[in-house]
Design a protein. Structure first.
Length: 558
C-alpha cells in the first residue's frame, strides 16, 4: 500500500499554521506590554485615518493609524518599545492626538499598508465592509445640485454591475444631502421596497424607492461604518462616523430602529455651516435683538431658549456665545452632542451610557472657574437646581428647556422643584422659538391679502404695539417652485421668536402659582412680540408664507 502526499495541500496547511503562530506571538507581545491585540487583516481600515501619516513614515516606524474620530486615533504597532515607533507616537501626541494603542503582527501591518494605494477612491474589502471616501463625496457634491440629481445618480448606479455598488449609493446619498443642505437622510423599509427621503428645511421629501435586495447591504454597510453591531436587529442602536469635506469635519449621527419589515435608518448630518449663524441673521425682531444684546452682556443671570426638538435652540445659543466671546472670559459648554466646535471655548460632551450626564458635566465645569456656562438642556430637577444656583452666584448661564412658549418656562421650572421666589432673580430672559421656511426669492409670487386670511391677519396686527412700524398690510407672497429651491418654493429657514423679561410684574404673579396664559397676559405690557405677531410681520414682509406660518404656529389660539 503506497501513501501519496498532496504537496500543495500540505503547503497551504503549513502557511496557515505559520500565520496563526505569528498572530499568537503578536497576542503574547500585546499581553506582555499591557496593550490590546488586533488583527487588521479582518478589520475595516478608515482611509481618512491613513492620511494622518504618510506611508513612508508608517512603514519606517512599523505602525499604522487604522481609525480616527476627531482627535482620537487608533494606532496598531509592531512593538511599543521600538525607538522609531515611540518617536512617531510622541509626535502625534504633540499634535494633540489622543492615542488608542494596539499591538498587531507584521502581516496585519502589511495588509494595512497596502491600503495606501487605495486612498483615491472608496473600496469594498474582502470582508464586505465599506470605507467612505471623503474625496469622492466632495467630488459628487460639486456635481449634484438638486434632489432630482440624487435620484438620477442612484438609478444609474442601480443599473450597473454590483461591484462597489453599495458604497457608491451611500456616497451619493451623503453627497446629495450635503449639496442640498439636508439635515437628515431617512431610509425606510417597507414590505417589498425601501424609501429614501431627505429632510430639507424641516420637511421630508421623497427622493426614490429601491428594492430590498439593494437596501439590505446598505443597512449592513452603514452599521459597520457607524461602529454598530451587525448581528443585532431587534434593538435600537446609535452610532456615528465622520466625513472630511474641504478641510472641515462633518459628523454623521446614525440611528437604527427595528421596524415591521426591517430596520429603519436615519443619518443626521451635523454640518457646521448650517449651525454657525451670526446672531444678527437669526431673524430676531430689532427691538428684541437689542434686549438680547443687553441681557447676554450682563455678567450674571440665566437666558433660556425653549421650543420643541428641531426648533433651532442650539443654533441660537451658539450665536449668543460667539457674540460675547472674548479672550478675557472663560466659556464652558456641556452638550449632547457637540454639534459645532467653537474656537477658544471649552466644550464637553455628556454621554449617559458612559455615566457622564449634564449634571456631572455642570458640576465639573463649575470647578474650572468659568464666566459663562452653556448647558445643552435642562431636563431634570438636579440640573435645574444647580443651573439656577450658578446664575445666582456670579455666572452667566445659557440653556434650553422643552416648553412650547416663553411663558411656559416658569411653570416648568417650578414643576422641576425650583423655588418660585428666586426665579426672577436668576432668570434674565426666557425665549421661545420656532423655525419657518423662507420663501425662495427667485420664484415667490405676490398675492392680495383677502377673505379669511385678511380677517386673521388684521386681528393679529391689532394686537401689536403701536410703536412697531408695519409698512404693508395688503400684500403677501406664496411659494411657486423653481430649480434654485428644488421646486419646493422655499430656500432656507428663519426663526420666529417671543420672549419674557424678568420684572416686578412677573415676580409678583409667580407667587400666585399662575398658568401660562396668566403669565403671558400679565407680561404683555413689556411690548415684546409673541410668535404669532412676529410670524405675521415676516409674512407681510415676504420672508415666509402664511401657510408655512400656520404649519408651525397655531394662529387661531388666544
Amino acid at each position: 500500500m503506497s501513501i501519496r502526499f498532496d504537496e500543495d495541500n500540505q503547503k497551504l496547511k503549513l502557511d496557515e499554521i505559520r500565520k496563526k503562530e505569528k498572530e499568537d506571538l503578536a497576542g503574547l507581545l500585546a499581553a506582555k506590554s499591557g496593550l490590546p491585540y488586533i488583527n487588521l487583516q479582518t478589520y475595516p481600515i478608515n482611509p481618512d485615518a491613513l492620511k494622518i501619516l504618510s506611508e513612508e513614515i508608517a512603514r519606517k516606524a512599523e505602525l499604522v493609524i487604522f481609525d480616527t474620530n476627531s482627535k482620537r486615533v487608533s494606532v496598531a504597532v509592531l512593538s511599543p518599545t521600538n525607538e522609531e515607533t515611540k518617536n512617531v507616537l510622541a509626535d502625534l501626541q504633540k499634535q494633540g492626538y489622543d492615542l488608542d494603542l494596539r499591538v498587531a503582527s507584521i502581516e496585519s501591518l502589511n495588509k494595512a499598508w497596502e491600503r495606501y494605494g487605495e486612498l483615491s477612491s472608496s473600496r469594498e474589502t474582502e470582508a464586505g465592509s465599506m470605507e467612505i471616501s471623503s474625496e469622492e463625496i466632495a467630488s459628487l457634491s460639486s456635481k449634484i445640485t438638486t434632489i432630482e440629481d440624487v435620484a438620477v445618480s442612484i438609478k444609474n448606479i442601480l443599473s450597473e454591475k454590483k461591484t462597489f455598488r453599495t458604497t457608491k449609493i451611500i456616497e451619493i446619498m451623503l453627497a446629495g444631502a450635503l449639496a442640498v443642505n439636508a439635515s437628515d437622510v431617512h431610509l425606510e423599509p417597507e414590505e417589498s421596497y425601501a424609501r429614501l427621503r431627505y429632510r430639507l428645511d424641516g420637511v421630508l421629501h421623497d427622493i426614490l424607492e429601491f428594492d430590498n435586495e439593494t437596501f439590505n447591504p446598505i443597512l449592513s454597510r452603514i452599521k459597520l461604518v457607524s461602529g454598530l453591531k451587525l448581528n443585532i436587529d431587534n434593538k435600537a442602536q446609535d452610532g456615528r462616523f465622520t466625513v472630511r469635506l474641504g478641510g472641515q469635519e462633518i459628523e454623521i449621527r446614525t440611528s437604527i430602529l427595528p421596524g415591521a419589515y426591517s430596520e429603519s435608518i436615519v443619518l443626521r448630518v451635523l454640518n457646521p455651516k448650517s449651525i454657525s449663524v451670526p446672531m444678527e441673521e437669526l431673524g430676531i425682531e430689532p427691538r428684541l435683538l437689542k434686549i438680547l444684546e443687553r441681557e447676554i452682556s450682563k455678567p450674571t443671570g440665566m437666558l433660556l431658549t425653549t421650543g420643541p426638538t428641531g426648533s433651532g435652540k442650539t443654533t441660537t445659543l451658539y450665536a449668543f456665545l460667539k457674540k460675547i466671546h472674548t479672550p478675557e472670559i472663560k466659556i464652558i459648554t456641556i452638550e449632547n452632542p457637540i454639534e459645532y466646535h467653537l474656537p477658544g471655548i471649552v466644550q464637553t460632551q455628556a454621554d449617559e451610557e458612559k455615566g457622564y450626564n449634564f449634571i456631572d458635566g455642570l458640576r465639573s465645569a463649575l470647578r474650572q472657574d468659568p464666566d459663562v456656562i452653556m448647558i445643552g438642556e435642562i431636563r431634570d430637577s438636579e440640573t435645574a437646581g444647580v443651573a439656577i444656583n450658578s446664575s445666582l452666584t456670579g455666572h452667566l448661564v445659557f440653556s434650553t428647556l422643552h416648553t412650547n412658549t416663553a411663558a411656559g418656562t416658569f411653570p416648568r421650572l417650578i414643576d422641576l422643584g425650583v423655588n418660585s421666589k428666586i426665579l426672577t432673580s436668576a432668570i434674565n430672559i426666557a425665549m421661545a422659538q420656532r423655525l419657518v421656511r423662507k420663501l425662495c426669492p427667485s420664484c415667490k409670487k405676490e398675492i392680495d391679502v383677502e377673505g379669511n386670511n385678511k380677517i386673521l391677519i388684521d386681528k393679529i396686527i391689532k394686537s401689536i404695539s403701536s410703536d412697531v412700524a408695519i409698512e404693508n398690510t395688503s400684500k403677501m407672497w406664496t411659494p411657486v417652485g423653481c430649480e434654485k429651491c428644488n421646486k419646493t418654493g422655499y430656500n432656507g429657514r428663519i426663526g420666529i421668536y417671543e420672549a419674557i423679561l424678568s420684572d416686578d410684574i412677573l415676580e409678583k404673579i409667580l407667587q400666585e402659582n399662575p398658568s401660562e396664559r396668566e403669565i403671558k397676559k400679565a407680561t404683555a405690557s413689556q411690548g415684546i412680540l409673541d410668535m404669532k405677531q412676529d410670524g405675521i410681520l415676516k409674512v407681510l414682509a415676504g420672508t415666509t408664507s402664511l401657510d408655512e406660518l400656520k404649519r408651525v404656529v397655531d394662529l387661531e389660539s388666544e
